[in-house]
Ligand binder design. Structure first.
Ligand code: ZN
Length: 340
C-alpha cells in the first residue's frame, strides 16, 4: 500500500476519557461516530500506577474488539483531568482528584500497547473540542465551552483548534471572579463562578436557603437537606418553588456575568453550555440568557449564540479522537494537554 493510501486508510482513532469514577474508551471514526466502546471503574483511590494498569487493559480490550479494523487505527488519545506534557508523555499538572496521577508516564504505555502514536490533553478541553468538531459548536469560528458539573471547566476552540495558552491553562472559565468577597473556592481564590453555578454551588446555596425558609426542597430530599442534589433544586424550580427559583436565578446570574465577561473578551460566535447541570434545560438557560444580556457589551452579544451542548457523555471521547486526527495531520495548535 502506498503511504498516501495508508494515510487515507487510517481513518479511526481510539479515544480514552478518564474521569474520577469511570474511564471510557471508544473506537471513533472521522465523523465522530463511536463504533465500539468499553468502560472500567477508575478506582482512583488505588493510585496512579493502578489507574494506568486499568487504562492499558481497557485500551487492549477496545483494540481486540476492533479486530480487522486495527489496520485503520491512526493513534490513541487520552483526555484526563490535569495536563499532559506531550514531550515527556507524563501527567504534568493538576489532577488533584486523582492522587498519584501527576507525574505518571502515561503516553508511553498507551502507545506501546497498540504500536501507534499517543496524544493527551485535558478532559474538558477534549469535551470542548468534541462539541466544536461534531456537536453544538460545529461550524463555529470561535467557540467557548462552559462545562457545568461538580465544578466548572471550560475550553476555547478557535478555527477548529483547541486553544491551550502558553502553559496549557487557557479556558479556565470556571475560575473567573464574580464576587470579590465571595465564598472560598477549591482553587484558593474566592468568589469564582464555580462556587455559585456548578452543581456543588447550587446545592450549597439551596441547603442554606431551604434551612431558613419554607420550601418543598426539604421534602424532596426526604427530610434531610444533606441529601439534596442539584437536580432536585432544578426540578423544584420548574415546579415554581420560590426558594429553588431564587437559587437557580442566583446561579444563572453569576454564570451570566462570567459568560458576559468571556464574550466581551473573546467575541465568540458560540458559547456552548455543557456538563450534567446543563441537562436542567430551559429552567437554567432562560434566566442565564436574561442575566447575560444585562452584563454583556451589546455589540459583542450580537455575534454570540448561547446554546446547550449536544453530545452528552461522548463529547470527551469524540474530542480526543478529533485531537488525534489533528495532531497526525500536523495542524495542532498546541502540543500540550493541560490543567487540573
Ligand atoms: Zn476558583
Amino acid at each position: 500500500m502506498s503511504a498516501r493510501k495508508q494515510e487515507r486508510a487510517a481513518d479511526l482513532a481510539i479515544g480514552i476519557d478518564l474521569g474520577g469514577t469511570n474511564m471510557k474508551a471508544g473506537l471513533v471514526n472521522r465523523s465522530g461516530k463511536v463504533l465500539l466502546r468499553g468502560t472500567r471503574a477508575t478506582e482512583a483511590g488505588r493510585g496512579g500506577a493502578a489507574v494506568l494498569d486499568t487504562m492499558v487493559g481497557l485500551l487492549g480490550e477496545v483494540w481486540e474488539k476492533a479486530g480487522r479494523r486495527q489496520g485503520r487505527v491512526a493513534g490513541v488519545g487520552l483526555g484526563t483531568p490535569g495536563m499532559i506534557d506531550q514531550a515527556s508523555g507524563r501527567v504534568a499538572g493538576g489532577a488533584n482528584n486523582l492522587r498519584g496521577w501527576r507525574g505518571t508516564q502515561v503516553l508511553g504505555p498507551l502507545g506501546r500497547k497498540i504500536s501507534r502514536p499517543a496524544f493527551g490533553l485535558n478532559d474538558v478541553t477534549a469535551h470542548a473540542l468534541g462539541e466544536a468538531t461534531y456537536g453544538a459548536g460545529r461550524g463555529s469560528r470561535l467557540m467557548v465551552c462552559f462545562a457545568l458539573a461538580t465544578g466548572i471547566g471550560g475550553g476555547i476552540v478557535v478555527g477548529g483548534r483547541a486553544l491551550f495558552g502558553v502553559g496549557g491553562y487557557a479556558g479556565e472559565v470556571g475560575h473567573q471572579t464574580v464576587d470579590l468577597d465571595g465564598v472560598r473556592c477549591n482553587c484558593g481564590s474566592r468568589g469564582c463562578v464555580e462556587c455559585y453555578s456548578s452543581a456543588t454551588g447550587v446545592v450549597r446555596m439551596a441547603r442554606r436557603e431551604a434551612g431558613r425558609r419554607r420550601s418543598t426542597l426539604r421534602k424532596m430530599a426526604g427530610g434531610d437537606l444533606k441529601l439534596l442534589t442539584a437536580r432536585m433544586v432544578f426540578d423544584a424550580a420548574r415546579l415554581g418553588d420560590p426558594v429553588a427559583v431564587a437559587v437557580v436565578d442566583r446561579a444563572a446570574r453569576h454564570l451570566g456575568a462570567a459568560v458576559a465577561s468571556t464574550v466581551n473578551m473573546l467575541n465568540p460566535d458560540m458559547v456552548v453550555i455543557g456538563g450534567g447541570v446543563a441537562a436542567a434545560g430551559q429552567v437554567l438557560m432562560r434566566p442565564l440568557r436574561k442575566h447575560f444580556r444585562s452584563y454583556v457589551l451589546p455589540l459583542a452579544a450580537r455575534d454570540a449564540r448561547i446554546v446547550r451542548a449536544k453530545l452528552g457523555d461522548d463529547a470527551g471521547l469524540m474530542g480526543v479522537a478529533a485531537y488525534v486526527f489533528q495532531q497526525l495531520e500536523g495542524k495542532g495548535a498546541g502540543q500540550r494537554g493541560r490543567k487540573r
